[in-house]
Design a protein around this ligand. Structure first.
Ligand SMILES: NC(=O)c1ccc[n+]([C@@H]2O[C@H](COP(=O)([O-])OP(=O)(O)OC[C@H]3O[C@@H](n4cnc5c(N)ncnc54)[C@H](O)[C@@H]3O)[C@@H](O)[C@H]2O)c1
Ligand SMILES: O=CCCC(=O)O
Length: 487
């Protein structure tokens, strides 16, 4: 670790943040956080118990009434100050994400930009929560429709975008007037802890945001979800865990937002601009080392251009420089841990055993850290795991199609429905594909759609609800209707 990194880690709080105070776990236990590029332990942080989870809920409940009564402008200004301070601390946040998660510094800076925008966007939305007033149809009274904060929320976030996945939930919840308990992933808790320290600095009242970090997510989360005072569960993570949490949330009939897994089709038609398609593929596949819910998972390429597409993509992949994300010139970092490397490697082996052809990569480099080479496979048989399951690693699997109908059938042949990418220069065909693909989001001739102003979310088993945009704040509001008879 460099001196700079040691100095940064010394600034990151290692406790739980409950009711405006940093404290140790009630059991005194700690959990280690590792650098995925070296396997070295970075720091130890508090490992919350069930009692700590209950204390965090108590604090969120205690702060709910006064936070809901805080003027929207004041709530918005706190978020805006957080946005401004995050810009000042951009380099620190980027470095912290790189060392705890592995993404190269340039990508980490990009995430500070992206994640910060949710603070700015929802600072502006806080003052635009509107209602309706009107006469009832019978003319015998007046109808008032207002939007109220849903109440205390439990927010569970994944490790792949440690800042943006937290701000995409915390900012709209706070803007709406909700208090929260946040549980970041145990692999990347440091960014959330550092961010909450920033919220404290910009004057967020005690109890509005509470953070618990734990190595026993299921044990600590279940009683919070079962707590009758909780009103909303917002989860980002795998579909398997989302399904379990939905079942738990059903007991309390909780409002839920579920941002779950993806298995995105990346369809390239024979009329596509191939350079644009390859640029799109590089972004859609290799952003975050392939560890994004929006990652292109199945490359469905017209048979007449598949060989050329594979050649051009392979040439671009060969340009990656693999290494620790802090090192100069590195463009491709490690995967998050050893389990991710093993799962990626198993998918490559499965595809090769079934007859796929390797164009580049396909192995882990020598040396420490959880690295895997960016990999391109072609002629991948349909039954291969990498065309069936969410990969969450840097693998491109190319398969071919002949007709538009076949492309649609292949693209929709999944239980997921987060995003689809289509490359064509025929606008009418592009519009047909937008209508025919069963996804919550589409990229037409682009490999990146994420934006704080975009309603982000999926259909089918990719989830429920939307984050960001105008829709995002409504996930934290409930509609209340009142009738006042005419006197
Ligand atoms: N749709 C989206 O916006 C989106 C965004 C990012 C990631 N994801 C998905 O997340 C997955 C990768 O992230 P991950 O590996 O962190 O997912 P994960 O489901 O393993 O974990 C996500 C979070 O849930 C927690 N968790 C796990 N089991 C739990 C339980 N039983 N009770 C309570 N909490 C529990 C984890 O500690 C972590 O904080 C991929 O499937 C990816 O597609 C989706
Ligand atoms: O991993 C999923 C989130 C990706 C994004 O918000 O762009």
């Amino acid at each position: 670790m460099s001196e700079n990194e040691v100095a940064l880690l010394a600034k990151v709080p290692t406790g739980l943040y409950i009711g405006g105070e940093w404290r140790e776990s009630s059991t005194g236990k700690t959990l280690p956080v590792y650098d995925p590029a070296t396997g070295v332990e970075l720091i130890r942080i508090a490992d919350a118990s069930v009692e700590d989870g209950a204390a965090a809920m108590d604090a969120a409940v205690a702060a709910q009434e006064s936070w809901a009564a805080t003027a929207p402008r004041v709530r918005g200004e706190i978020l805006r100050r957080a946005f401004d301070l995050l810009q000042e601390r951009k380099e620190e946040f980027a470095l912290l994400m790189t060392i705890e998660m592995g993404k190269p510094l340039a990508e980490a800076r990009g995430e500070v930009g992206y994640g910060g925008e949710f603070l700015r966007w929802f600072s502006e939305e806080a003052v635009r929560i509107s209602g309706r007033y009107g006469q009832n149809p019978e003319g015998t009274g007046h109808m008032i429709v207002t939007q109220r904060p849903v109440g205390p929320c439990f927010l569970i976030t994944p490790w792949n975008f440690p800042l943006a996945m937290a701000t995409r939930k915390i900012a709209p919840a706070l803007a709406a007037g909700c208090t929260v308990v946040v549980k970041p992933a145990e692999l990347t808790p440091l960014t959330t802890l550092f961010f909450v320290k920033l919220l404290e600095e910009v004057g967020l009242p005690a109890g509005v945001v509470n953070v618990i970090t734990t190595s026993t997510s299921s044990t600590v989360s279940a009683p919070i979800i079962a707590d009758p005072r909780l009103r909303k569960l917002s989860f980002t993570g795998s579909t398997a865990v989302g399904q379990r949490l939905l079942a738990q949330a059903a007991q309390g009939v909780l409002r839920t937002s579920m941002e779950l897994g993806g298995n995105a089709p990346f369809v390239v038609f024979d009329d596509a601009d191939l350079d644009t398609a390859v640029d799109g593929a590089m972004l859609a596949k290799f952003r975050n080392t392939g560890q994004a819910c929006t990652a292109a998972n199945r490359f469905i390429v017209h048979e007449s251009i598949a060989a050329e597409f594979g050649r051009r993509l392979t040439a671009r992949v060969a340009e990656f420089s693999i290494g620790r994300g802090t090192d100069d010139g590195v463009t491709f970092g490690p995967l998050v841990n050893e389990a991710a490397v093993e799962s990626t490697d198993a998918m490559v082996k499965d595809a090769l055993e079934r007859g796929a052809q390797l164009l580049i990569g396909g192995a882990r480099p020598e040396g420490p850290g959880s690295f895997y080479q960016p990999t391109v496979l072609t002629n991948v048989p349909a039954e291969s795991r990498l065309l069936q399951e969410e990969i969450f690693g840097p693998l491109v699997g190319i398969t071919t199609f002949q007709s538009e109908d076949e492309a649609v059938r292949l693209a929709n042949a999944t239980e997921y429905g987060l995003i689809g990418y289509v490359f064509t220069t025929d606008l009418a065909r592009g519009q047909r594909m937008i209508d025919r693909l069963d996804t919550g989001m589409m990229g037409l001739n682009t490999g990146l759609v994420s934006n704080a102003a975009a309603p982000f979310g999926g259909v089918k088993q990719s989830g429920l609800g939307r984050e960001g945009s105008l829709e995002g704040i409504h996930e934290y509001l409930s509609t209340k209707y009142t009738l006042i008879p005419a006197s």
